[in-house]
Design a binder for this molecule. Structure first.
Ligand code: SF4
Ligand code: SF4
Length: 406
Protein backbone atom coordinates (compact mmCIF):
# COMPACT_ATOMS: atom_id res chain seq x y z
CA UNK A 1 0.00 0.00 0.00
CA UNK A 2 1.35 3.41 -0.96
CA UNK A 3 2.07 5.44 2.21
CA UNK A 4 -0.83 7.81 2.71
CA UNK A 5 0.97 10.29 4.96
CA UNK A 6 1.84 12.70 2.14
CA UNK A 7 -1.74 12.86 0.91
CA UNK A 8 -3.76 13.63 4.00
CA UNK A 9 -6.78 15.77 3.11
CA UNK A 10 -6.54 19.26 4.53
CA UNK A 11 -10.25 19.94 4.31
CA UNK A 12 -13.47 17.97 4.65
CA UNK A 13 -13.71 15.29 2.01
CA UNK A 14 -17.50 15.70 1.75
CA UNK A 15 -19.86 18.59 1.46
CA UNK A 16 -23.10 17.41 3.06
CA UNK A 17 -26.38 19.28 3.18
CA UNK A 18 -27.69 18.20 6.57
CA UNK A 19 -31.19 19.43 5.68
CA UNK A 20 -31.37 16.94 2.81
CA UNK A 21 -29.21 13.99 3.76
CA UNK A 22 -30.84 10.94 5.34
CA UNK A 23 -29.56 7.42 5.88
CA UNK A 24 -30.11 5.30 2.79
CA UNK A 25 -32.67 2.47 2.72
CA UNK A 26 -31.66 -0.67 0.77
CA UNK A 27 -35.15 -0.65 -0.76
CA UNK A 28 -33.97 2.26 -2.93
CA UNK A 29 -31.06 0.33 -4.44
CA UNK A 30 -31.32 -0.20 -8.20
CA UNK A 31 -31.13 -3.99 -7.82
CA UNK A 32 -34.27 -3.81 -5.71
CA UNK A 33 -36.29 -1.21 -7.66
CA UNK A 34 -35.48 -2.68 -11.08
CA UNK A 35 -36.27 -6.21 -9.88
CA UNK A 36 -39.53 -4.97 -8.37
CA UNK A 37 -40.56 -3.31 -11.64
CA UNK A 38 -39.73 -6.50 -13.55
CA UNK A 39 -41.33 -9.07 -11.25
CA UNK A 40 -43.37 -7.31 -8.57
CA UNK A 41 -41.19 -8.98 -5.95
CA UNK A 42 -38.84 -7.33 -3.47
CA UNK A 43 -35.29 -8.65 -3.25
CA UNK A 44 -31.73 -8.15 -4.41
CA UNK A 45 -31.75 -10.93 -7.02
CA UNK A 46 -35.02 -10.37 -8.96
CA UNK A 47 -33.39 -8.01 -11.47
CA UNK A 48 -31.27 -10.93 -12.63
CA UNK A 49 -34.17 -12.64 -14.43
CA UNK A 50 -33.90 -10.43 -17.51
CA UNK A 51 -30.13 -10.74 -17.46
CA UNK A 52 -30.45 -14.51 -17.52
CA UNK A 53 -32.79 -14.29 -20.56
CA UNK A 54 -30.14 -12.35 -22.50
CA UNK A 55 -27.48 -14.73 -21.25
CA UNK A 56 -29.34 -17.73 -22.73
CA UNK A 57 -29.70 -15.85 -26.02
CA UNK A 58 -26.01 -14.91 -26.06
CA UNK A 59 -25.03 -18.56 -25.64
CA UNK A 60 -27.46 -19.69 -28.32
CA UNK A 61 -26.25 -17.07 -30.79
CA UNK A 62 -22.55 -17.66 -29.99
CA UNK A 63 -21.92 -13.99 -29.15
CA UNK A 64 -18.14 -13.44 -28.78
CA UNK A 65 -17.06 -13.10 -25.15
CA UNK A 66 -20.44 -14.46 -23.98
CA UNK A 67 -20.13 -18.18 -24.61
CA UNK A 68 -21.27 -20.95 -22.32
CA UNK A 69 -17.64 -21.39 -21.29
CA UNK A 70 -17.32 -17.68 -20.44
CA UNK A 71 -20.42 -17.94 -18.25
CA UNK A 72 -19.06 -21.13 -16.67
CA UNK A 73 -15.87 -19.31 -15.61
CA UNK A 74 -18.08 -16.63 -14.07
CA UNK A 75 -20.23 -19.16 -12.21
CA UNK A 76 -17.14 -20.73 -10.66
CA UNK A 77 -15.73 -17.34 -9.67
CA UNK A 78 -19.01 -16.40 -7.98
CA UNK A 79 -19.41 -19.62 -5.99
CA UNK A 80 -17.76 -18.52 -2.74
CA UNK A 81 -19.61 -15.21 -2.86
CA UNK A 82 -22.94 -17.04 -2.88
CA UNK A 83 -21.86 -19.60 -0.29
CA UNK A 84 -20.45 -17.08 2.18
CA UNK A 85 -22.82 -14.17 1.94
CA UNK A 86 -24.56 -13.66 -1.44
CA UNK A 87 -23.33 -10.06 -1.94
CA UNK A 88 -24.30 -9.36 1.65
CA UNK A 89 -27.47 -10.07 3.54
CA UNK A 90 -26.88 -8.78 7.08
CA UNK A 91 -26.40 -11.39 9.79
CA UNK A 92 -26.89 -14.27 7.36
CA UNK A 93 -24.96 -17.31 6.17
CA UNK A 94 -21.28 -16.84 7.10
CA UNK A 95 -21.82 -13.11 7.60
CA UNK A 96 -23.52 -13.90 10.90
CA UNK A 97 -22.87 -11.39 13.66
CA UNK A 98 -22.10 -14.04 16.31
CA UNK A 99 -18.86 -16.04 16.39
CA UNK A 100 -18.93 -18.96 13.97
CA UNK A 101 -16.40 -21.43 15.35
CA UNK A 102 -14.61 -19.61 18.18
CA UNK A 103 -14.54 -21.55 21.45
CA UNK A 104 -16.09 -19.81 24.47
CA UNK A 105 -12.83 -19.49 26.39
CA UNK A 106 -11.29 -17.37 23.60
CA UNK A 107 -14.30 -15.09 23.29
CA UNK A 108 -14.58 -14.37 27.01
CA UNK A 109 -11.48 -12.31 27.63
CA UNK A 110 -10.16 -9.51 25.47
CA UNK A 111 -6.51 -9.52 24.45
CA UNK A 112 -4.60 -7.10 26.60
CA UNK A 113 -2.89 -4.85 24.08
CA UNK A 114 -2.83 -1.15 23.33
CA UNK A 115 -4.61 0.36 20.26
CA UNK A 116 -1.38 0.58 18.27
CA UNK A 117 -0.62 -3.09 18.84
CA UNK A 118 -4.18 -4.13 17.99
CA UNK A 119 -4.16 -1.96 14.85
CA UNK A 120 -0.95 -3.58 13.65
CA UNK A 121 -2.38 -7.04 14.28
CA UNK A 122 -5.65 -6.30 12.47
CA UNK A 123 -3.91 -4.86 9.41
CA UNK A 124 -1.57 -7.81 9.27
CA UNK A 125 -4.49 -10.25 9.51
CA UNK A 126 -6.42 -8.33 6.81
CA UNK A 127 -3.52 -8.78 4.40
CA UNK A 128 -3.12 -12.42 5.35
CA UNK A 129 -6.78 -13.15 4.54
CA UNK A 130 -6.63 -11.54 1.11
CA UNK A 131 -7.07 -7.81 1.44
CA UNK A 132 -4.91 -5.70 -0.89
CA UNK A 133 -5.64 -2.45 0.94
CA UNK A 134 -6.89 -1.81 4.46
CA UNK A 135 -7.87 1.36 6.29
CA UNK A 136 -9.65 2.04 9.57
CA UNK A 137 -12.14 4.76 10.42
CA UNK A 138 -14.51 5.77 13.16
CA UNK A 139 -17.90 4.35 12.19
CA UNK A 140 -19.98 7.34 11.04
CA UNK A 141 -23.60 6.36 11.68
CA UNK A 142 -24.74 8.38 8.63
CA UNK A 143 -23.28 5.65 6.44
CA UNK A 144 -25.19 2.82 8.13
CA UNK A 145 -28.22 1.89 6.03
CA UNK A 146 -31.48 3.22 7.38
CA UNK A 147 -33.05 -0.17 6.71
CA UNK A 148 -32.49 -3.44 4.89
CA UNK A 149 -35.26 -5.01 2.79
CA UNK A 150 -37.54 -5.60 5.77
CA UNK A 151 -35.90 -4.34 8.93
CA UNK A 152 -34.48 -1.10 10.32
CA UNK A 153 -30.87 -0.70 11.42
CA UNK A 154 -30.93 0.70 14.94
CA UNK A 155 -28.09 1.97 17.12
CA UNK A 156 -28.35 1.01 20.79
CA UNK A 157 -26.54 2.11 23.92
CA UNK A 158 -25.45 -1.32 25.04
CA UNK A 159 -25.48 -5.04 24.37
CA UNK A 160 -24.22 -7.15 21.49
CA UNK A 161 -25.09 -6.82 17.82
CA UNK A 162 -28.28 -8.79 17.22
CA UNK A 163 -31.43 -9.06 15.16
CA UNK A 164 -35.05 -8.94 16.30
CA UNK A 165 -38.26 -9.41 14.33
CA UNK A 166 -38.13 -5.78 13.24
CA UNK A 167 -34.60 -4.52 13.68
CA UNK A 168 -30.88 -5.08 13.27
CA UNK A 169 -29.37 -3.66 16.46
CA UNK A 170 -25.80 -2.33 16.46
CA UNK A 171 -24.46 -1.08 19.81
CA UNK A 172 -22.69 2.28 19.93
CA UNK A 173 -19.62 0.45 21.25
CA UNK A 174 -19.14 -0.90 17.71
CA UNK A 175 -17.47 2.33 16.66
CA UNK A 176 -14.78 1.28 14.20
CA UNK A 177 -15.00 0.20 10.55
CA UNK A 178 -12.11 -1.75 9.08
CA UNK A 179 -12.43 -1.22 5.34
CA UNK A 180 -10.88 -3.81 3.06
CA UNK A 181 -10.23 -3.57 -0.68
CA UNK A 182 -9.48 -6.52 -2.94
CA UNK A 183 -7.97 -5.75 -6.34
CA UNK A 184 -9.63 -7.13 -9.45
CA UNK A 185 -7.89 -8.71 -12.43
CA UNK A 186 -7.45 -5.84 -14.89
CA UNK A 187 -6.92 -8.09 -17.91
CA UNK A 188 -10.39 -9.47 -17.33
CA UNK A 189 -11.85 -6.02 -16.57
CA UNK A 190 -10.54 -4.72 -19.89
CA UNK A 191 -12.79 -7.15 -21.78
CA UNK A 192 -15.86 -5.21 -20.55
CA UNK A 193 -18.71 -5.41 -21.37
CA UNK A 194 -18.00 -9.07 -22.11
CA UNK A 195 -18.45 -11.78 -19.50
CA UNK A 196 -14.81 -12.07 -18.31
CA UNK A 197 -15.15 -8.56 -16.82
CA UNK A 198 -18.05 -9.86 -14.74
CA UNK A 199 -15.87 -12.78 -13.74
CA UNK A 200 -13.31 -10.34 -12.32
CA UNK A 201 -16.09 -8.79 -10.22
CA UNK A 202 -17.43 -12.20 -9.15
CA UNK A 203 -13.98 -13.28 -8.05
CA UNK A 204 -13.70 -9.99 -6.17
CA UNK A 205 -16.96 -10.73 -4.34
CA UNK A 206 -15.81 -14.23 -3.42
CA UNK A 207 -12.52 -12.87 -2.11
CA UNK A 208 -14.43 -10.15 -0.21
CA UNK A 209 -16.44 -12.83 1.56
CA UNK A 210 -13.39 -14.85 2.52
CA UNK A 211 -11.53 -11.77 3.76
CA UNK A 212 -14.37 -10.24 5.79
CA UNK A 213 -15.47 -13.52 7.40
CA UNK A 214 -11.89 -14.52 8.26
CA UNK A 215 -11.04 -11.12 9.75
CA UNK A 216 -14.23 -11.14 11.84
CA UNK A 217 -13.34 -14.55 13.28
CA UNK A 218 -9.81 -13.33 14.02
CA UNK A 219 -11.17 -10.34 15.96
CA UNK A 220 -13.69 -12.49 17.85
CA UNK A 221 -10.99 -14.92 18.87
CA UNK A 222 -9.21 -11.98 20.54
CA UNK A 223 -12.34 -11.32 22.60
CA UNK A 224 -13.90 -8.44 20.64
CA UNK A 225 -17.12 -8.01 18.67
CA UNK A 226 -17.03 -8.15 14.88
CA UNK A 227 -19.69 -7.67 12.19
CA UNK A 228 -18.48 -8.88 8.78
CA UNK A 229 -20.13 -7.05 5.87
CA UNK A 230 -20.02 -7.25 2.13
CA UNK A 231 -22.39 -4.76 0.44
CA UNK A 232 -24.75 -4.95 3.42
CA UNK A 233 -25.29 -2.97 6.62
CA UNK A 234 -23.40 0.22 5.63
CA UNK A 235 -22.29 2.11 2.54
CA UNK A 236 -18.80 0.90 1.67
CA UNK A 237 -17.54 3.82 -0.40
CA UNK A 238 -17.92 6.65 2.15
CA UNK A 239 -16.44 4.39 4.81
CA UNK A 240 -13.49 3.73 2.49
CA UNK A 241 -13.09 7.47 1.86
CA UNK A 242 -13.11 8.10 5.62
CA UNK A 243 -10.57 5.29 6.10
CA UNK A 244 -8.19 6.92 3.62
CA UNK A 245 -8.33 4.27 0.92
CA UNK A 246 -9.10 6.73 -1.88
CA UNK A 247 -11.42 9.37 -3.27
CA UNK A 248 -14.82 9.29 -4.93
CA UNK A 249 -14.64 9.59 -8.72
CA UNK A 250 -16.99 10.82 -11.43
CA UNK A 251 -17.85 7.17 -12.11
CA UNK A 252 -19.35 6.85 -8.63
CA UNK A 253 -16.58 4.49 -7.55
CA UNK A 254 -13.73 4.74 -5.08
CA UNK A 255 -10.49 5.68 -6.86
CA UNK A 256 -7.50 4.31 -4.97
CA UNK A 257 -3.90 5.43 -5.58
CA UNK A 258 -2.82 1.84 -6.19
CA UNK A 259 -5.53 0.26 -8.33
CA UNK A 260 -7.74 3.17 -9.33
CA UNK A 261 -11.37 1.96 -9.25
CA UNK A 262 -10.31 -1.64 -9.99
CA UNK A 263 -11.19 -2.91 -6.52
CA UNK A 264 -14.12 -4.30 -4.55
CA UNK A 265 -14.84 -3.22 -1.00
CA UNK A 266 -16.00 -4.96 2.14
CA UNK A 267 -15.76 -4.06 5.80
CA UNK A 268 -15.73 -5.40 9.35
CA UNK A 269 -17.39 -3.30 12.06
CA UNK A 270 -15.95 -3.77 15.51
CA UNK A 271 -15.62 -2.54 19.09
CA UNK A 272 -11.89 -3.24 19.08
CA UNK A 273 -10.14 0.03 20.10
CA UNK A 274 -8.21 0.68 16.89
CA UNK A 275 -6.28 3.70 15.68
CA UNK A 276 -7.92 5.37 12.70
CA UNK A 277 -6.52 6.49 9.36
CA UNK A 278 -7.13 9.85 7.71
CA UNK A 279 -8.91 10.65 4.44
CA UNK A 280 -6.64 11.40 1.50
CA UNK A 281 -6.61 13.95 -1.28
CA UNK A 282 -4.38 13.14 -4.23
CA UNK A 283 -6.14 15.28 -6.79
CA UNK A 284 -8.93 13.00 -8.09
CA UNK A 285 -11.64 15.55 -7.52
CA UNK A 286 -9.96 18.09 -9.78
CA UNK A 287 -8.88 15.49 -12.31
CA UNK A 288 -12.38 14.02 -12.71
CA UNK A 289 -13.79 17.48 -13.29
CA UNK A 290 -11.78 17.60 -16.47
CA UNK A 291 -11.66 13.94 -17.49
CA UNK A 292 -14.77 12.45 -19.03
CA UNK A 293 -13.45 9.09 -20.11
CA UNK A 294 -15.84 7.01 -17.99
CA UNK A 295 -18.85 9.07 -19.09
CA UNK A 296 -17.82 8.87 -22.73
CA UNK A 297 -17.48 5.09 -22.58
CA UNK A 298 -20.59 4.37 -20.54
CA UNK A 299 -23.00 2.47 -22.81
CA UNK A 300 -26.05 3.47 -20.77
CA UNK A 301 -25.36 7.18 -20.35
CA UNK A 302 -25.50 6.66 -16.59
CA UNK A 303 -22.45 8.78 -15.76
CA UNK A 304 -22.76 12.54 -15.51
CA UNK A 305 -20.82 14.80 -17.85
CA UNK A 306 -21.75 17.80 -15.75
CA UNK A 307 -20.84 19.20 -12.37
CA UNK A 308 -21.21 17.79 -8.86
CA UNK A 309 -24.55 18.47 -7.22
CA UNK A 310 -26.35 17.81 -3.92
CA UNK A 311 -29.35 16.43 -5.82
CA UNK A 312 -29.60 12.99 -7.37
CA UNK A 313 -30.56 12.04 -10.90
CA UNK A 314 -32.80 9.03 -10.24
CA UNK A 315 -34.85 7.29 -7.56
CA UNK A 316 -31.84 5.15 -6.60
CA UNK A 317 -29.69 8.08 -5.48
CA UNK A 318 -29.41 9.39 -1.95
CA UNK A 319 -29.29 13.18 -2.22
CA UNK A 320 -27.56 15.53 0.19
CA UNK A 321 -23.90 14.83 -0.59
CA UNK A 322 -22.21 16.95 -3.25
CA UNK A 323 -20.95 14.47 -5.84
CA UNK A 324 -21.46 13.08 -9.31
CA UNK A 325 -24.60 10.94 -9.12
CA UNK A 326 -24.90 7.82 -11.25
CA UNK A 327 -28.14 6.76 -12.88
CA UNK A 328 -27.95 3.32 -11.33
CA UNK A 329 -31.25 2.15 -12.84
CA UNK A 330 -30.03 2.87 -16.40
CA UNK A 331 -26.74 1.15 -15.60
CA UNK A 332 -28.53 -1.99 -14.45
CA UNK A 333 -30.87 -1.95 -17.45
CA UNK A 334 -27.76 -2.09 -19.64
CA UNK A 335 -26.50 -5.11 -17.67
CA UNK A 336 -29.79 -6.82 -18.43
CA UNK A 337 -29.52 -6.05 -22.16
CA UNK A 338 -25.88 -7.08 -22.14
CA UNK A 339 -26.45 -10.38 -20.36
CA UNK A 340 -23.56 -9.63 -18.00
CA UNK A 341 -22.26 -6.91 -15.73
CA UNK A 342 -20.36 -4.00 -17.21
CA UNK A 343 -17.06 -2.48 -16.08
CA UNK A 344 -16.33 0.06 -18.82
CA UNK A 345 -16.11 2.82 -16.22
CA UNK A 346 -13.34 0.89 -14.48
CA UNK A 347 -11.55 -0.28 -17.62
CA UNK A 348 -11.14 3.16 -19.16
CA UNK A 349 -10.26 5.09 -16.01
CA UNK A 350 -6.64 6.30 -16.24
CA UNK A 351 -6.12 5.31 -12.61
CA UNK A 352 -6.91 1.67 -13.36
CA UNK A 353 -4.17 1.64 -15.96
CA UNK A 354 -0.78 3.23 -16.11
CA UNK A 355 -1.53 6.84 -15.37
CA UNK A 356 1.50 9.11 -15.17
CA UNK A 357 1.33 12.55 -13.65
CA UNK A 358 2.74 14.14 -16.80
CA UNK A 359 -0.40 13.05 -18.68
CA UNK A 360 -2.56 15.25 -16.55
CA UNK A 361 -4.10 18.28 -18.11
CA UNK A 362 -2.74 20.29 -15.24
CA UNK A 363 0.81 19.70 -16.39
CA UNK A 364 -0.02 21.58 -19.52
CA UNK A 365 -1.83 24.44 -17.88
CA UNK A 366 -0.94 24.80 -14.25
CA UNK A 367 2.26 25.85 -12.56
CA UNK A 368 2.44 23.04 -9.99
CA UNK A 369 4.01 20.61 -12.44
CA UNK A 370 6.55 19.12 -10.11
CA UNK A 371 4.71 19.23 -6.85
CA UNK A 372 1.08 18.23 -7.25
CA UNK A 373 -0.43 15.21 -5.50
CA UNK A 374 -1.14 13.41 -8.76
CA UNK A 375 2.51 13.62 -9.73
CA UNK A 376 3.50 12.27 -6.34
CA UNK A 377 1.05 9.38 -6.55
CA UNK A 378 2.14 8.54 -10.10
CA UNK A 379 5.74 8.37 -8.87
CA UNK A 380 4.75 6.21 -5.89
CA UNK A 381 2.70 3.86 -8.09
CA UNK A 382 5.83 3.14 -10.11
CA UNK A 383 8.05 2.92 -7.04
CA UNK A 384 5.79 0.49 -5.19
CA UNK A 385 5.08 -1.65 -8.24
CA UNK A 386 1.49 -0.64 -8.99
CA UNK A 387 2.28 0.82 -12.41
CA UNK A 388 2.19 -2.51 -14.20
CA UNK A 389 -0.27 -1.79 -16.99
CA UNK A 390 0.87 0.03 -20.10
CA UNK A 391 0.12 3.73 -20.00
CA UNK A 392 -3.56 4.43 -20.55
CA UNK A 393 -2.79 6.59 -23.58
CA UNK A 394 -0.07 8.66 -25.08
CA UNK A 395 -2.48 11.41 -25.98
CA UNK A 396 -2.50 14.17 -23.37
CA UNK A 397 -5.85 13.98 -21.70
CA UNK A 398 -6.43 17.66 -22.37
CA UNK A 399 -7.18 16.91 -26.00
CA UNK A 400 -10.16 14.88 -24.85
CA UNK A 401 -11.46 17.61 -22.65
CA UNK A 402 -12.88 20.21 -24.90
CA UNK A 403 -16.43 19.11 -24.18
CA UNK A 404 -15.94 19.36 -20.43
CA UNK A 405 -14.73 22.86 -20.72
CA UNK A 406 -17.57 24.20 -22.80
S1 SF4 B 1 -21.00 -0.20 -15.24
FE1 SF4 B 1 -21.12 0.29 -17.47
S2 SF4 B 1 -23.21 1.01 -17.72
FE2 SF4 B 1 -22.82 1.10 -15.54
S3 SF4 B 1 -22.06 3.18 -15.11
FE3 SF4 B 1 -20.24 1.90 -15.50
S4 SF4 B 1 -19.84 2.13 -17.70
FE4 SF4 B 1 -21.96 2.83 -17.33
S1 SF4 C 1 -12.37 7.94 -16.05
FE1 SF4 C 1 -11.69 10.03 -15.61
S2 SF4 C 1 -13.55 11.11 -14.90
FE2 SF4 C 1 -13.96 8.92 -14.80
S3 SF4 C 1 -13.46 8.35 -12.68
FE3 SF4 C 1 -11.63 7.93 -13.92
S4 SF4 C 1 -10.42 9.83 -13.74
FE4 SF4 C 1 -12.50 10.34 -13.06
Amino acid sequence: MIPRSGHTANKDVYEIDADIYQRFPVLKQAFVTVGQKDTGQIGIMFSLGKMFETMALNIKECVPGKSRIDYAFDAGANAMNLILGAYGMPNSQFLRWDPLYIPEFLREKQLDADPSGLTTLVKKAAGLYGSDLVGITTLDSRWIYESDLLKLFVLADEGHPHETDKEFVIPHSVNRAIVLAVAMDMELIETSPQVPASTAASLGYSRMGITAVSLAEFIRSLGFTAIPCMNDTALSIPLAVDAGLGELGRNGLLITPEYGPGIRLCKVLTDMPLNTDKPVDFGINDFCRQCLLCAEHCPSGAISTGSQYFTGVCENNNPGVKKWYINAGECLRFWQKNGAGCANCIAVCPFSAGFEGSQCVKCIRCDTTNSCSLQAVAFLRAKHGYLKAPLWGTKPISTLLTRAEL
